[in-house]
Design a protein around this ligand. Structure first.
Ligand code: ZN
Length: 59
């Protein structure tokens, strides 16, 4: 199973797309680095995390 996510799915305009993560954990790890650098979030707030999780696509 591959996990993918786009920031645009939760209304962000940065254009980030993550494809091919092997697990939800791996995807969230990649995303937390992106969030820190691009969105100035030292940690991802729970409501954002929930929105992210419900928009992760599995294929
Ligand atoms: Zn982003």
């Amino acid at each position: 199973m591959k996990y993918s996510f786009k920031c645009s799915d939760i209304g962000q305009k940065c254009g980030l797309e993550i494809y091919g993560a092997q697990s939800e954990e791996e995807l969230l790890q990649e995303l937390s680095i992106h969030a820190r650098i691009e969105h100035k979030m030292n940690s991802i707030p729970d409501e954002v995390l929930n929105a992210i999780k419900s928009n992760i696509k599995k294929s």
